[in-house]
Ligand binder design. Sequence first.
Ligand code: SF4
Length: 363
Amino acid sequence: MGANYVGVNYVARPWESRLFRQCRRAWDLGARERQNYEPIEPAQVFSFSEAIHDALDVYYFPGMWEWNREIVRPLAVAGFEKSMRRQRNTYTQTRELSAEQVEDWDRHLELGTGLLWRYFDWARDLDRFTPIGVASQFDISLPDPADPNRGLITHDSRPLQYRVRIDLAVIDDHDLYWLVEHRVVTGSQWPELDELRLDEQALTRSWAWQLAFLAKLEGTIYNELRLTQPDNGELTSPVKVRAVPGPGGITTQRSTESFRRTHLPRTETEIARHGIGVALEMQDMTDPSVRIYPNPSWESCSGCAYRPPCLAMTQGTDENSVLETSYRKRTSEDFEPGRLGSVWGFVPEVYRVAEHRARGAEQ
Ligand code: SF4
């Protein structure tokens, strides 16, 4: 695991890889190593998913794992409420909320609080693990796919690094390591199992975590929460259980109307092959002759933060005035201050992994 020296190492992040794949124009405008623009004003009043993640970061915080859950539950709900307020305050720094926005925020605050209380009841018997790291961020040096003992460098000799953040790392009852992915699901259907198998975010995080901590991961635990109405009889509805064999072992799923927990074992091969893909893509990304062009599709463009300057470029009007008035160059670190994991929440995972291994060696 290497430190990042700004301007010396070329640092990329999963969201930048995703943009590079979706649309090179958006990547060129937004990536930190490219033009590094971000919109001055947030596009939405709040992200419900972010607030739920913030609550779960508190709930699974390793330093409080031994605490009575009755004490931790209200702290986690307070983390959710605090996150919703923080996001709304950021949005309203320069704008007023409309009546619909106020109603939407109030409704989600209430729904989210109810969802979390029901989740804690549901998860109590399923959380058969010990958290070792929550919302932790780390950098890895990118191995050269042609010679894994060497690190990749750019054409002007800058070492390539990848900066990853994970939701949660745990050790289960059998002393196996898993990465947990918290997901807020919208819509009436749970995602297909193949969607989870192919989930590039989990594969990238797994590959990076193994490289950083030199420990083998068993796989991914998907912890999915779906926003349903509170009166759906959650606690009396039967839990559906499913077991599906696969190359990494048996995938198990337990689900109710609002929650689903999937243990998806992964093979060494799939994680390693995914890592090679990340490294090859980063070589394309840092190639001095990389070509920049837009890749419009409504699926990407509808939620694109760079649509106004992109439209100006496409229509031949002045994109610079759009960039000057509505965008700024990022000055913040990757972690926002105040978030668990960045200020007081960082758990030195590497020590916990080492400590756990040492304990195992003594036995
Ligand atoms: S609006 Fe579409 S084409 Fe333009 S930068 Fe964004 S994703 Fe690319």
